[in-house]
Design a binder for this molecule. Structure first.
Ligand SMILES: O=C(O)CCC(=O)C(=O)O
Ligand SMILES: [Fe+2]
Length: 213
């Protein structure tokens, strides 16, 4: 008997208007993405950024593409320079760009060309509290978020912080796309459960594509 996950492969599951879960969309490309990521990490390694409030983020991050998302004591911003490496972020691999625009297209957002890819690494216990993605210049572009490795639970809320959140389990290869009326919806990741995954080892990796500049 096919389990529910298998039966849902390739389906576009609506979350709210403007937001869709593409179950398993990146599954075939995962080895290619994973290999390309190693090239990115060689130039701009993982680091735990500091929030403006002075806390060390539990999620380790890096970026690729013309712009990278950065947090430090002065605030959040997009920057063309990796402050750790002291030079431009590594180029966005072709496999990343293609997947992001294909996923956006499948979700109904044609012509998406990201200029920023934030890469998040969650080890067991790491979490991302409820937030909006609002550091980009133009909210007319969607966000494409790719899950690799260990499963996680995505909280997907509304425009107001107090709005009730849905809990969406995400597994390796899942892609969530949100834009249009859902572009500024709150979202977050619950503390990661421990485990081991053949693609990533003991962590979850998330690629978040945006048109930031
Ligand atoms: O890890 C995820 O699935 C979400 C990441 C996210 O919301 C962000 O990087 O802004
Ligand atoms: Fe986000």
């Amino acid at each position: 008997m096919r389990d529910l996950f298998e039966a849902e492969q390739g389906l576009a599951l609506p979350i709210v208007p403007g937001a869709v879960l593409l179950r398993g969309f990146a599954g075939d490309q995962a080895p290619r993405l994973r290999a390309a990521l190693d090239g990115v990490l060689a130039a701009s390694p993982w680091r735990h950024m500091i929030t403006p409030g002075g806390f060390r983020m539990s999620v380790a991050m890096t970026n690729c593409g013309p712009l990278g998302w950065v947090s430090d004591r002065t605030g959040y911003r997009y920057d063309a320079i990796d402050p750790v490496a002291g030079k431009s972020w590594p180029a966005m691999p072709q496999a990343f760009r293609e997947l992001a625009s294909e996923a956006a297209n499948a979700a109904g957002f044609a012509g998406f060309e990201p200029d920023a890819c934030l890469v998040n690494r969650y080890e067991p216990g790491a979490r991302l509290s409820l937030h909006q993605d609002r550091d980009e210049r133009d909210y007319g572009h969607p966000i494409v978020s790719v899950s690799l490795g260990l499963p996680a639970v995505l909280l997907f809320g509304g425009l107001q912080r107090k709005d009730k959140s849905m809990r969406l389990p995400l597994v390796h290869g899942d892609v969530v796309v949100w834009g249009g009326p859902a572009r500024l919806n709150h979202h977050g990741i619950l503390p990661l459960k421990d485990g081991e995954h053949p693609s990533t080892g003991r962590c979850r990796i998330n690629l978040t594509f945006r048109k930031a500049g």
